[in-house]
Design a protein. Sequence first.
Length: 406
Amino acid sequence: MSDATVSVIIPAYNVGRFIQDAVGSVLAQTYAACEIVVVDDGSTDDTCERAAALGPRVTLIRQANAGAACARNTGIRQSLGAYVAFLDADDVWLPEKVAHVMDVLERDPAAGAAYHGYAATDEEGTVIGQPVVPHHDGDVLEPLFFGCFFGPPMVIVRRTCLDQVGLFEPALRLGQDWDLFLRIALAGYRVRCVPEVLVRCRTHGGNSTRALGTAASFGRTVLERAFADPRLPARLRTDAFRASVYRTHAIFMASRCLRADLWPDGLSLLLEAVRPDPRVLSHPSFYLDLALRTLPVTDQTWDALTRRSGQAAALLIRALGGLLQMPDLPAEVARRKREAWSALWLALCGLHGLGRRYPAAATSLGRAFLADPLTATAALARASTGRWTSIASTWQPARSARAGNA
């Protein structure tokens, strides 16, 4: 392996209690040629003092508060490495992160970036949920439209790639990483995946990604920018693809809102998801997609869903009931009320059946046929093909020994 320098950019805002762990995880890398640039984004705590005390390998840059995108851009411009990596100041890398990602990048000179999996931790650093690893590799443009399946702490990018596609978009207070990664894919770069868990991402009350009230609108802006890009391949310029992408985004954001008990926002997003094509209300897969995504992101598996089938049933019933009672409900949505309830009960039948709760499954099946026999019959015919969800998962549970020990 070469000794090409990797510039590690760490934006920091009021993370004094975490910054030493983050920088320490870079200093502990088995790949030694790492330049560390900490950009303090106007912190009002002791972040600067703690970062300044971490030794001569750390370059500290101070700026007025401008957001994570501007902080990362400052670090990129002030760094020198042929490769650029990003680490959030509350996360920590595993010791072989840089070495393993650089090995993949240097074996594929045409790749613009490479990424890997992660494990979520609580505020104290204890792993929670199930570590997850990526599976999209190479041409990731199409799956990337359906959601950002890796974040800044999981990626290393060639500087020449950034020189071509540009840096993070400061106007996007949320979704800047998704926007950048889409531009990398739109430029024709391959994005390689390293199927390992190589970072631990801390979950705590200060995470900026919890700003759900505005996240959905920024996500739509990211998608609008990508669909307007002249480099978008013809195969992805169809109305059907566009509709599927926006529906997936709305369902994803609705599920996050419902998981956070933000019901008005969640119901509005559900309506946004079904308004273009109300026929989705007659598909059990619509409700199973929603139920899966209301689980913690590190535990969106069938096993987890069947273990929590009672909670899932209560949430789905409340969600559909709330949706159908919304003021100014479009007529084309309102007229599918019987179909929607039939499909929901059939989804719950399948969910209870997978959990071997057969009496509950039988009751749900009966309610499905009582609500609308034609919908139940058609949905069962589709289910016989083995297709139970309509949105492909962007993550897979970690299976390797390394991931299991993360």
